[in-house]
Design a protein around this ligand. Structure first.
Ligand SMILES: Nc1nc2c(ncn2[C@@H]2O[C@H](COP(=O)(O)OP(=O)(O)OP(=O)(O)O)[C@@H](O)[C@H]2O)c(=O)[nH]1
Ligand SMILES: [Mg+2]
Length: 465
């Protein structure tokens, strides 16, 4: 017969198990950012820091759960969506710890990673064990720019594109190979001519990115088609010629292009966002302010515009057109100026202030809907070290690291403007902000970073209480 003590122990462990289950929670984190803003580096660094969080050489002092010893451990577990490729964490880490170290490759498809975080909750449940499942999706930044298309019909999107082709602009010159097509809206659709125009339009998007450094490039799949390359729904162009009335017949050039645009949205954009962007709890928005400052005023404005368009598409509040697609349950958004290791620490406050100005409108919208927001400057992987150097007979702090080609580099990066730069700043700006190769780190150690732990605290802190 079981003793009273045994019975009590069994009851105790059952209660513990129930409590554990009650404390099992899930958090979906949306990592948002334009192409090359640092999403993959951030996800890789985050997994790396979390997996090493309980090691003696952990680098997360600003993460309270870790600091107070409540963290029990973190490990990668298979994601719930078995049909989606797993995030190539090991491949990314192999590159960062390679000889020479290199950055993870630019992303070409969707992947997911799930982390199981075990912790001891505070207060009443302090003896129980909690588990938080953290789900993160990685995807090419180009595809994010398709999100705003969901709100626009073909005519509205075409009008937006047409408005960017201002007379005398470089964009207009670059656009000439496809704008010269000049089809008649009501004439029967000609497959070959349309395919040619779509190819020229794709080349135009590449040129806008490569030559002009622009971000607002739509549709995103034209730049990175994935498995749908060559499909008719990727063969259309915006209608930048005289807009026809509603009389175009079925099978006319205008109607077929319009239909393809709608097919693109239906099959590629809506499906992508429904599968990967629905039901997020928290969001981090990565912004590479320094790259935009390097590229000049037009690129800077264009990036600001692109970010705003994307943020508008996230439905934080009810009553939004897209509310059915995106459960409006994001309750925290963290805006982050990435690659803060490209400037000296005395510039970090300016970097945050610049970011605050950049995302001001998006922040206001989110706040109005009751969403908490914050701004931080971080480096997912710190590639530089602050080091003294001599300039003008004085010893001044600069940055030491390695350029992307591997050569040793010592720089004194210029000032970051604390607000959206004015004409004068653009006229008088100094040297561009350099890029750096990842640092050499002993295999098995966590990567150096700047304030990744502060980001973690903001995004996960309250979920581990
Ligand atoms: N110094 C430094 N460079 C970084 C950091 N994060 C990203 N980078 C640089 O930015 C580049 C782009 O980073 P990714 O993480 O690939 O950017 P992404 O947003 O995933 O880009 P796509 O996959 O093309 O959308 C890297 O190759 C690095 O050169 C960082 O924390 N510090
Ligand atoms: Mg990426």
């Amino acid at each position: 017969m079981a003793s009273i003590a045994d019975t009590l122990a069994t009851a105790g462990s059952l209660a513990g198990e129930l409590l554990d289950r009650a404390l099992d929670r899930q958090l979906r984190l949306a990592v948002t950012g334009l192409s090359q803003s640092g999403k993959t580096a951030f996800i890789t660094a985050l997994v790396n820091q979390l997996e090493n969080a309980c090691a003696a050489d952990s680098r997360l002092p600003l993460w309270q759960a870790q600091r107070r010893g409540r963290l029990l451990g973190v490990r990668r577990v298979p994601q719930t969506n078995a049909h989606i490729p797993s995030f190539a964490y090991t491949a990314a880490l192999d590159r960062l710890f390679g000889d020479p170290p290199t950055w993870p490759e630019s992303t070409r498809g969707v992947s997911e990673v799930r982390l199981e975080i075990r912790y001891r909750p505070v207060g009443r449940f302090a003896r129980a064990r909690g588990t938080l499942y953290l789900d993160i999706v990685d995807y090419p930044g180009e595809w994010l720019l398709d999100l705003p298309l969901l709100r626009l019909d073909y005519r509205a999107w075409s009008a937006q594109v047409a408005a960017t082709l201002t007379p005398g602009s470089r964009r207009r010159d670059l656009a000439a190979p496809w704008t010269s097509w000049q089809p008649a809206a009501a004439s029967p659709f000609a497959e070959e001519a349309a395919a040619g125009a779509a190819r020229a339009y794709t080349a135009y998007l590449h040129a806008c990115r490569g030559q002009l450094g622009l971000s607002l490039l739509q549709p995103g799949r034209f730049l990175l088609p994935g498995e749908h390359e060559g499909a008719p729904m990727l063969q259309f162009v915006p209608w930048v010629w005289a807009m026809p009335g509603d009389t175009c017949a079925e099978g006319s050039t205008f109607r077929v292009l319009e239909h393809r645009y709608e097919q693109y949205k239906k099959h590629l954009v809506r499906g992508f966002y429904r599968r990967h962007f629905a039901g997020f709890d928290r969001q981090i928005v990565l912004v590479d302010c320094l790259h935009a400052l390097n590229r000049g005023p037009e690129c800077f404005r264009d990036m600001q515009h692109a970010l705003h368009r994307i943020m508008e598409s996230f439905a934080y509040g009810k009553g939004n057109l897209l509310a059915r697609l995106f459960a409006p349950r994001i309750d925290r958004v963290l805006f982050v100026a990435s690659k803060a290791d490209h400037v000296t620490p005395d510039q970090h406050a300016h970097l945050v202030s610049l970011l605050q100005h950049l995302v001001r409108d998006s922040q206001l919208v989110a706040r109005f809907e009751g969403v908490s927001t914050d701004c931080l400057a971080i480096a997912s992987v710190q590639a530089t070290e602050v080091a003294p150097g001599r300039a003008g007979g004085r010893t001044l702090n600069g940055l030491r690291g390695h350029a992307l080609d591997g050569s040793a580099l010592f720089v004194r990066p210029g000032e970051v403007p604390a607000a959206i730069p004015d004409e004068r700043w653009w006229r008088e700006r100094g040297e561009p902000f350099d890029s750096f190769r990842p640092p050499r780190v002993e295999a098995g150690s966590p990567l150096p970073h700047i304030r990744l732990d502060a980001a973690l605290e903001y995004l996960l802190g309250d979920r581990l209480d």
